[in-house]
Design a protein. Structure first.
Lengths: 347, 333, 307
């Protein structure tokens, strides 16, 4: 862990202008509207490790993924890739080559008009890595590496199932020999048995190629299997950032706890659980203070007024939480043994 | 007890230019009054199609090519469209994944609820409105008396799904077919909706067919579960048994590949390959190319549902006449 | 399923070919359209006479009725006009001009429209706003009015000698310029969808240039609807050209199109020599109808939402 981080994000902010067209705005007499997709988050990812961002839809996790590979420009804050400011790093092909992205929808992430071999070879060509017969060999090797046949290169994407397409996406991402991979919900469009295949493949590749992952997911069980550290996002902010094991054994932020409580499990204890009430507020007009306060059982006046900072949690210092209740010790301290659902495999 | 719904040897076909695709093949099950039957399977397994066939909303050119569907002992698979429409709503309520496809954006939710109540229960306007508000309260919509006059777009996603549930329930049907009712929702909202459905089924004695790919939702909600694979039922039985002691090698693999929440494993169990396309379902057992337990008989003869103890599984491992091998060895593999 | 590797094999195996074979009307229109195109393109080889060879014209043969009429002459199957030209041959040569103008005009509006639509959809923002407002403004004028305007300006601005030489190009430009907004709008719509798809983002992540992404990724995926509009646009262009020529502002007299023939025939329509106008009219209708039916089929076959 002593190695310098591959990626560092400092106070990253990204707003989107979601105002209606000028004429409509004037007629309706309303002002500009800003969606605060990412609202001041910081983290870093050491080499060879996986940081996961989890959260419900609209929490801004996918926006972070896109900021980190330069698809969006930050409104404020910095992204540093190996100590170099992202925009400067991405201006150099050799640095750009080292970051790649895997997307959620295997049906949209492959150009339907291209043959698989051309899809996989696009980064190789773009960076001028190899040509001719060498390039063909490389594509064949990549396809084999992800569990496909070199002959599959001649086919078009529609001839493959969802899981196979995701393998093609991975082969493509690996073709430029990257060090850092951003994975935006790579398995959430897949069936569970295929999801296991892809997760195993990604873990295997990480070990073999020494990859660093930023992993985006809404599925806590998946995240537990792949992560070294996990950040929980809510309305554009990190509410908790902790080592994976700590997050699951001693979740501190009330939202993290609510999220874990809400997952249906296979244990069938018949316990009556108390689902967290209410819904995620709109990121166009987030609540004041702590964004979770309208749904939080521990909220008080301070939570409504003052935005909590991400600081080490009292009791579990390796966890960072943004919660006044945890800071003040109003949360009942470290949970002795948070009951988490077990699954059929545990039996 | 007499089953409320009985599906016998249901077969659904899709004629295409490359020949007839069999989307459902020999599907049989029943649902008792007040029972929740979960139907799980991966995409393309035919679980949604089973639901669509029951409520008479198969997408053309799909058609029921064989078998029977009986509601209260009466066949409903051969009814005309208008007859089926009366049954839908009055006797079978439907909940779909996307609430926006069920709600008419041009009418208030109250109007839609009242229309259903008046049509099916023959009540007058004032009483129907009173009941509509009652249903909105029951599904947990705050300030129901005011929100009854709101339009669907004025509700958030979770609230909209609650309205859909109220709409499916308000004619007091005996059976609800719910197709992925929680899939479009975030996990915290999902838990609220599951709790709601579970409570209503229990309190009203409504039967439910719950179609989903999420084993966790089934485990929390269903009494019995049918595992589908390639248009056939692979295993059916009490939910606890299927989840904890699955017998069909596919169910075993499926349960094992669910990532556990309570610990990190180095290597997740996985089923290699993928489900066959409908145009290329193998001979014999549809699962045989992926099955770790496969033997000669599986390649030629299609298994029927066999007693395995607590569940029934379509697997030759459980036939006396087959060479016997227990699937226990692979469960932790 | 056997994998078909050759291009022909893939074509014969495609859904498009299948839906084509299943529709008798479409097959019939394709056959008719093919006959029209062949007849027009191969007119110099197939036509019984050369209507432009003054040496072969004989005023004695003027106003011959069609061959089957009482005074008909077998050398003029569809009769002859006031100059003694064979109507059938004139139709074949005229269809040649009509098709040439139609195809070139569509090609012109396609190139302009696709380029504008792609740029507007991909760039978005102010560029999109500006280009699409221009398209909107143009769409508020009837296309024939624009064509008339362009033609009129060209006539007024250019000396007659120059104008006659480039008259054909003026007509092509006039018709083509009036049809580009349709292409632009459709392509822009599809581009808006495609540019946010993940395969485009994947290309952006590795730093492929925007122009290259537009041409190699987005363009191939937005061309389906373009083909439909081009086919339907072809019949429109042929009709526009016929209208212009009928009004006497279209192609030069020396290269009469179907529209010119109808206008000439119009003078004799009520004096008994009906065939001079009616046969070119029928040829025009048959050609436009067959192309239109093909376009309709293509639209239905390429729209996956209808299947």
């Amino acid at each position: 862990m002593a190695e310098s981080p591959v990626l560092e994000v400092e106070d990253l902010v990204r707003y989107f202008d979601v105002s209606r067209p000028w004429l409509q705005r004037v007629l309706a007499g309303e002002g500009r509207r800003t969606l605060k997709a990412v609202d001041g988050i910081s983290f870093s990812i050491p080499k060879g490790t996986t940081l996961s961002l989890v959260g419900e839809s609209g929490c801004g996790k996918s926006t972070v993924a896109r900021l980190v590979v330069g698809l969006y420009r930050p409104t404020r804050g910095r992204v540093m890739f190996e100590g170099v400011e992202l925009e400067r790093a991405r201006a150099v092909a050799e640095q750009r080559r080292r970051m790649q992205m895997i997307f959620q929808d295997p049906y949209a992430s492959l150009n339907p008009r291209w043959r698989v071999k051309d899809i996989v070879a696009e980064p190789i060509r773009a960076f001028g890595l190899t040509t001719g017969a060498q390039q063909q060999d490389r594509v064949a090797q990549l396809l084999t590496q992800v569990g496909l046949s070199p002959l599959d290169g001649e086919k078009f994407p529609h001839e493959f199932s969802g899981g196979q397409r995701q393998r093609i996406s991975i082969a493509r991402a690996l073709s430029s020999n990257p060090d850092f991979l951003v994975c935006d919900e790579p398995t959430s469009a897949l069936d569970v048995s295929v999801q296991a295949q892809i997760l195993n493949l990604m873990k295997d590749l990480q070990v073999r190629l020494g990859l660093t992952y930023l992993f985006i997911s809404h599925n806590l069980a998946v995240v537990r299997q792949v992560s070294d550290r996990i950040g929980v996002m809510y309305l554009g902010r990190l509410v908790e950032l902790a080592p994976a094991e700590t997050l699951f054994t001693a979740p501190r932020h009330p939202y993290t706890r609510a999220l874990m409580e809400a997952i249906p499990d296979l244990e069938m204890t018949g316990r009556q659980r108390i689902p967290v009430g209410g819904e995620v507020p709109s990121p166009i007009s987030p609540p004041s203070g702590c964004p979770f306060h309208p749904r939080c059982p521990l909220a008080n006046d301070r939570c409504k007024a003052e935005r909590p900072g991400l600081i080490p949690a009292r009791g579990t210092e390796q966890s960072l939480t943004a919660c006044h209740a945890v800071e003040e010790g109003r949360d009942g301290g470290v949970p002795a043994a948070q009951r988490i659902g077990t699954t059929a495999t545990a039996l | 007890m007499e089953p409320l719904l009985e599906v016998r040897d249901l077969r659904v076909e899709f004629p295409t230019r490359r020949g007839i695709l069999t989307a459902l093949d020999g599907v049989s099950f029943s649902i008792a009054p007040g029972e929740v039957l979960g139907v799980v399977g991966e995409s393309g397994a035919g679980k949604s199609m089973t639901g669509a066939a029951i409520i008479g909303l198969l997408e053309p050119p799909g058609r029921i090519a064989g078998g029977q569907i009986l509601l209260n002992g009466k066949r409903i698979d051969n009814l005309r469209y208008d007859q089926m429409r009366r049954i839908r709503g009055r006797e079978i309520g439907a909940i779909f994944q996307d609430p926006l496809t069920t709600l008419n954006p041009l009418y208030t939710v109250g109007h839609q609820l009242m229309e259903t109540i008046q049509t099916h229960l023959g009540l007058d306007g004032a009483e129907a409105r009173r009941r509509a508000i009652g249903w909105l309260e029951m599904v947990g919509i705050p300030a129901a008396a005011q929100r009854v006059d709101s339009y669907p777009h004025e509700f958030s996603g979770g609230m909209r799904q609650r309205v859909v549930i109220a709409l499916a329930l308000c004619a007091e049907p005996k059976l609800i077919v719910a197709d992925e009712p929680t899939t479009a929702l975030d996990v915290s909202i999902q838990a609220q909706v599951i709790a709601l459905l579970k409570g209503l089924a229990r309190d009203k004695g409504t039967s439910m067919m719950l179609v989903t790919h999420d084993m966790g939702v089934i485990a929390e909600t269903a009494d019995r579960v049918a595992v589908m694979y390639a248009g056939r039922i692979a295993e059916i039985g009490p939910v606890r048994e299927v989840v904890k002691h699955p017998k069909h090698p596919y169910s075993v693999g499926l349960m094992a590949s669910i990532p556990p929440l309570d610990r990190k494993v180095d290597h997740l169990a996985q089923i290699d390959g993928s489900m066959p396309r409908l145009s290329a379902i193998p001979r014999g057992c549809a699962f045989n190319p992926r099955c770790p337990e496969v033997f000669a008989r599986c390649l030629v003869e299609r298994p029927v549902l066999l007693e395995t103890g607590a569940t029934r599984a379509a697997c030759w491992l459980y036939d006396e006449a087959s060479e016997k091998r227990a699937p226990e060895a692979m469960r932790h593999g | 399923m056997a994998a078909t590797s050759s291009a022909l094999g893939r074509m014969l195996d495609s859904d498009l070919w299948w839906s084509f074979k299943r529709s008798p009307i479409t097959v019939a229109s394709a056959v008719v359209a093919l006959i029209c195109v062949l007849g027009a393109v191969l007119a110099p080889l197939l036509a019984p006479h050369d209507p432009f060879d003054v040496a072969t014209l004989n005023l004695i043969d003027a106003f011959k009725p069609p061959a089957w009429a009482a005074e008909g002459d077998a050398t003029y199957p569809l009769g002859s006009d006031d100059q003694g030209r064979d109507v059938l041959s004139a139709i074949m040569y005229g269809a040649r001009v009509s098709l040439l103008v139609g195809v070139c005009a569509v090609a012109f509006s396609l190139v302009v429209g696709v380029a504008v639509g792609l740029l507007a959809g991909y760039a978005g923002g102010a560029v999109d706003g500006l280009l699409m407002r221009i398209a909107d403004i143009q769409l508020t004028f009837p296309s024939i009015l624009i064509a008339l305007l362009v033609d009129g300006v060209a006539r007024a601005a250019l000396p007659p000698a120059v104008h006659d030489r480039i008259a054909l190009f003026v007509v092509i430009f006039a018709i083509g310029i009036s049809a580009w907004p349709q292409f632009a709008r459709t392509v822009r719509g599809s581009t808006l969808v495609e540019r946010n798809k993940e395969y485009v983002l994947a290309a952006r992540v590795i730093g492929i240039s925007q122009l290259r992404i537009m041409l190699t990724h987005v363009l191939p995926n937005v061309l389906g609807p373009v083909l439909v509009i081009a086919t339907l646009g072809l019949s429109n262009a042929i009709i526009s050209e016929a209208t212009l020529s009928y009004l006497g502002v279209g192609v030069p007299q020396t290269q009469p199109s179907l529209g010119t023939l109808i206008r000439i025939g119009n003078d004799f329509l009520f004096s008994g020599e009906w065939w001079i106008a009616i046969f070119p009219g029928i040829a025009l209708i048959v050609m436009v109808l067959s192309v239109n039916l093909l376009g309709d089929w293509l639209r239905d076959a390429l729209n996956p939402r209808l299947r």
